[in-house]
Design a protein around this ligand. Structure first.
Ligand code: ZN
Length: 395
């Protein structure tokens, strides 16, 4: 197999503390290496460290003094959808009331779309995310809400990305208005049967107006019995049982975590459920941001993700989320970059992405900047100039 030396790396984020070779940040979680090189073979990294120590390789590639970090791991999106909610966003940002149906608007448009339309939209978003440095992207169903429509959504997603989540429990389907128990029976019965073969994860929107704690528990445990791994939309709009349920069930991630009691924070600090924060959502709804500092100080593992969806957070930019997290949520630049790479990987229980050490996939983002800190220091600037995925330059 051909070994390729990638050199000219001014600063390398490995997310492997043992590899750290930066006198200004010894032993830090980012595992920073100054004046670094990587050797990749096939799809994988086989060596990372100071350029002066690099082993011989067959070919060489010079990134010209730029910073390199692991490709972003975006662990939360909703991109099997059709339709448009520009008017809803415009009304919200213009202080005008808007009475159309939110998620229901997207459900109606999604149901009416062809398979090809849904696949093309998802593919377009994956390409858009890749151009911005995202090399791993999770996405969910949840805009179909019937057995056939949800099965179609996870099947289409599975054809285009390897992290697929079954979210039949996004909202109660309009057909079951006033009878949520009947819908939960469908979600945990025939809909689960139809979706399980295409999904790795099961998720539920545990929130007032969506699914309560008992319903969420029934949905997640039914999924676990079918071999799906749980993750939870928890404590986004109000205080509630979602976070503690996620920790109790050993969910990989509790997502949003905006309204937390001290008991919720303690649970996240002591368990191994990742707190995935989605600041694009608070940005796009003018809501209060989650308090990342409080979670980090309690010992919780924090991930940052886009929540890209056409209603509440229509951004695919992880660098944008990093910049907000630093400015508004009390994270240091190092913590935010770690959360958007290694944190996302933890939230997906992956050890082969989100780091750049031997055995990891050669998924990397090259910045037109000397340091990863510029992701927060230069907000809104498209710094990602090159992206490699599975050992191949993709952008
Ligand atoms: Zn979501």
């Amino acid at each position: 197999m051909t070994a390729t030396l990638i050199h000219g790396i001014r600063s390398l984020v490995t997310n492997e503390p043992a590899l750290a070779r930066d006198p200004s940040a010894p032993d830090a979680p980012l595992g920073l290496v100054a004046d670094a090189a990587l050797v990749i073979e096939g799809e994988h990294v086989v060596w990372a460290g100071p350029a002066a120590d690099a082993p011989a390789a067959d070919t060489a590639y010079d990134v010209g003094g730029r910073a390199v970090l692991p490709g972003f791991v975006d662990s939360h999106s909703h991109l099997v959808y059709a339709g448009d909610r520009t008017q809803e966003f415009n009304a919200r940002m213009s202080g005008r009331p808007y009475t159309a149906g939110g998620i229901r608007t997207t459900v109606a448009a999604t149901r009416a779309a062809s398979d090809d339309e849904l696949a093309a939209t998802l593919a377009r978003h994956l390409a858009e995310a890749l151009r911005q440095g995202t090399t791993t992207l999770e996405t969910k169903s949840g805009y179909g809400l019937t057995v056939d429509q949800e099965a179609r959504a996870v099947r289409i997603a599975a054809g285009l990305t390897d992290e697929v989540t079954y979210l039949g429990a996004h909202i109660v389907a309009p057909e079951h208005d006033g009878d949520p128990a009947a819908y939960v029976a469908e979600v945990t019965g025939p809909m689960l049967d139809a979706c399980a073969p295409y999904a790795r994860w099961i998720d539920v929107f545990c929130e007032q107006g969506a699914f309560d704690g008992d319903q969420a528990r029934a949905i997640l445990t039914a999924g676990q019995a079918r071999g799906l791994l749980p993750r939870v939309h928890a404590n986004q709009l109000s205080y509630g049982p979602g976070v503690r349920l996620a920790v109790e069930l050993g969910a990989a991630s509790a997502d949003h975590c905006t309204h937390l009691t001290d008991a919720d924070v303690d649970a996240l600090g002591q368990g191994d459920t990742v707190a995935t924060l989605l600041p694009g959502c608070e940005f796009s709804t003018r809501a209060v941001y989650p308090d990342a500092r409080r979670l980090l100080d309690a010992g919780a593992t924090v991930a940052l993700s886009t929540d890209c969806n056409p209603g509440s957070s229509f951004t695919s930019s992880v660098p944008f989320c990093v910049a907000i997290a630093v400015r508004e949520m009390g994270m240091t630049p190092d913590e935010a970059v770690w959360a958007a790479t290694a944190g996302g990987a933890r939230a997906l229980r992956r050890t082969d992405v989100g780091r750049l050490g031997p055995g990891a996939y050669a998924d990397l983002a090259v910045l037109d900047a000397p340091s990863h800190v510029h992701l927060a220091y230069r907000p809104g600037v498209p710094l990602v100039t090159e992206v490699w995925r599975r050992g191949v330059r993709a952008v």
